[in-house]
Design a protein around this ligand. Sequence first.
Ligand code: HMG
Ligand code: MG
Length: 298
Amino acid sequence: MTRVKIVEVGPRDGLQNEAQAIDTATKIELIDRLGAAGLTVIEATAFVSPKWVPQMADNAAVLRGLHRRPGVTYPVLTPNLKGFEAALEAGATEVAIFAAASESFSKRNINCSIAESLERFRPVAEAAKSAGVALRGYVSCVVACPYEGAIEPKAVAEVSKALLDMGAYEVSLGDTIGKGVPATIRRMIDAVAAVVPVELLAGHYHDTWGMAVANIAASLDAGITTFDASVSGLGGCPYAKGASGNVATEDVVYLMQGMGIETGIDLDLLVDAGAFISAKLGRRNGSKVAQAILAARA
Ligand code: HMG
Ligand code: MG
């Protein structure tokens, strides 16, 4: 393999979990900087209930305010038709529906069972298709659930297939609480790839237990070439207590550079983007690679 696609999820998965207020202009500047660094897919915000996730309440202002670059897409989360309609109105050209492989997580995250969630996503998928809006799917808790413990790979395969059958062009496999290790991630991917083409899968690994980069290396071996990541390792999940951020985008880019795999991303500009948001949040940069580069620059 010579190239991977990196989906930047920091402005959504990263910032959704921040307790402090972040102004819309800062979010937009972060998205602009990520685009300038060469990211071509930047998940911008979420059209979810502001009562559930207050940090995403300025979704329409972010989506309307960002400066669209040619060749860059700005997907947004839409849990239901209400979210989809609001996203469309604000100019979305790509949306993501998000299911789980764990019943308890589904209930806590989107207040319905897995089966109910799929029924709720169906009209979103249909509306997206008729509006010419691209549809991505997520499955959370692909290895473990904060409420149920270990999750059977078979459950992940079933939900992934359902999302693809509905019209998603890709399904992102979320290790929401970062408990996976290369062996469990590989077992899960192999089970999913037995029922859907592996080219349609993406890895979405939180780095809570420090295994995300190793899990990406294992996923490359399993044939996955798309990875979600969050600049400076921003984030967590409001419905997965103790979950830390996604794998840092800087760490993924450095890994790929070392393996001779193209990402199209300028690591220096990416480090600047991570330093910008870390300073704004008064937060330690969560990327080891960024820390090393910043130390070498000083
Ligand atoms: P509900 O309370 O069951 O919804 O929430 P409802 O249909 O009964 O409506 C209740 C209220 O919410 C109503 O308002 C609706 O209008 C409003 P009220 O009459 O009370 O004033 N409402 C909305 N408002 C704005 N946008 C909407 C919307 N829908 C209803 N789209 C719901 C169900 C799905 C809305 C809620 O549970 C929710 O918003 N959940 C989102 C949770 C979330 O965003 N979690 C984080 C993202 S997922 C994630 O991080 C995992 C991932 O990264 C992968 C991984 O790491 O595993 C993707
Ligand atoms: Mg996530």
